[in-house]
Design a binder for this molecule. Structure first.
Ligand SMILES: Cc1ncc(COP(=O)(O)O)c(C=O)c1O
Length: 359
């Protein structure tokens, strides 16, 4: 994979903080790597990106990112292969989605070559922060936000593109319970559900709080118009596995314009195809989910996303009733596709789809 070299200024820390840390046991988002990348957009063009020590910014209180949420972000991972090699997983997908998000908020796009080259340099410099073996990953957070000093609501003229990273240990994410919310919606036609502005996430917190009050980990979102069709689960795409005669097949909501096109979702669909498992992308009504469960045909449900890769859903709470799903040990599709995905992302299985970007 090639990217036009983009000049980058590098200011290194005197001494890395990574030495002596047990990277594989660091909880998600708690210790941040030595460096971050920062580039500023002003006068209609991007300036030279700088890789500098990770640290706080001094920014005025009136910037549009703070006042109006003019901010978009991405999330991807770097992993180590069996020989200690470093791989980014499908970074071009994140570059493209970042730019779709930026365009939706009238922010300037980041040239793909600048994104990829800056990202690779940052990962190369901070590679000591990537947990060894398959014991964990380095999470990568690119972000673009307006630093216009103005309380006028207007498209950004000055903004920052930043990337920072942090290590976390691979965790076995315990199966989650989800509450189907009919009170709140995540996204609606013509809105921003298919992209990643910061503003998509704060309004979901109250729904999550409601889910927690009902003893669940997160919410299952329905469509914003009819409150009928399943869209996503928390910050994950969602898949159902149903029994179809002797076989099992998979259904995931089709990308409707209000669902985030997850990179993990796309990867899982591709791997299911490799595994010769029939997977349908179509509308799925919550009533159909209830019916399938009642008929004993709902065998698995799982969410997918970069951070957790694949989380099994064990209970779906809807209108005061619990749809309890078979134990994870009895599942065949979710565990198998998760294992394949992790094996490819960590260089332990052949990268037949060209997903890995080796640093
Ligand atoms: C709302 C939402 N859905 C789904 C996903 C999963 O996307 P991906 O697989 O690209 O991480 C995310 C995470 O980015 C998300 O925020």
């Amino acid at each position: 994979m090639t990217a036009e070299p983009h000049p980058i200024r590098i200011e290194r820390v005197a001494e890395s903080r990574a030495g002596g840390l047990d990277l594989a046991s660091i909880p998600f988002s708690s210790v941040f790597s030595d460096h971050m990348l920062v580039a500023e957009f002003a006068d209609g063009r991007w300036g030279e990106p700088v890789i500098q020590p990770y640290g706080a910014f001094l920014l005025p209180p009136n910037i549009s990112a703070l006042q109006y949420g003019i901010s978009v972000f991405e999330g991807l991972k770097a992993n180590r292969g069996p020989e200690g090699e470093v791989f980014l997983f499908r970074p071009r997908e994140n570059a493209a989605r970042l730019n779709r998000s930026a365009a939706r908020l009238a922010l300037p796009e980041v040239p793909e070559a600048m994104f990829l080259h800056g990202l690779r340099e940052l990962i190369r410099i901070d590679q000591a922060w990537i947990p060894a073996g398959d014991a964990g990953s380095l999470y990568v957070r690119p972000c673009v936000f307006s630093i216009d000093e103005s309380v006028r609501v207007k498209p950004a003229e000055r903004c920052l593109f930043i990337i920072f990273t942090f290590p976390f240990g691979s965790y076995y994410s315990a199966p989650v319970d989800v509450l189907v919310t009919e009170q709140y919606v995540r996204a609606f036609a013509g809105g921003t559900g298919a992209v990643k502005p910061a503003g998509n996430y704060a309004p979901a917190l109250i729904a999550d709080r409601e889910a927690q009050a009902a003893g669940c980990g997160t919410v299952m979102w329905l469509d914003g118009q009819e409150h009928r069709y399943v869209e996503e689960c928390g910050v994950m795409n969602v898949f159902f596995v149903i029994e179809d005669g002797a076989a099992r097949r998979v259904i995931t909501p089709e990308l409707s314009g209000t669902i985030l096109p997850g990179v993990t979702r796309d990867s899982v669909l591709t791997l299911l195809c490799d595994m010769k498992v029939l997977a349908e992308e179509r509308k799925i009504a919550i009533d159909e989910v209830v019916e399938l469960h009642r008929a004993g045909r709902l065998m698995e449900c799982f969410g997918t996303g970069t951070a957790a890769t694949l989380s099994h859903i064990q209970r779906i709470r809807y209108r005061g009733e619990d749809l309890v799903l078979p134990a994870v040990e009895a599942r065949t599709i979710g565990p198998a596709v998760r294992e394949r995905l992790v094996a490819v992302a960590t260089g332990r299985a052949p990268d037949t789809h060209g997903w890995l970007d080796r640093i």
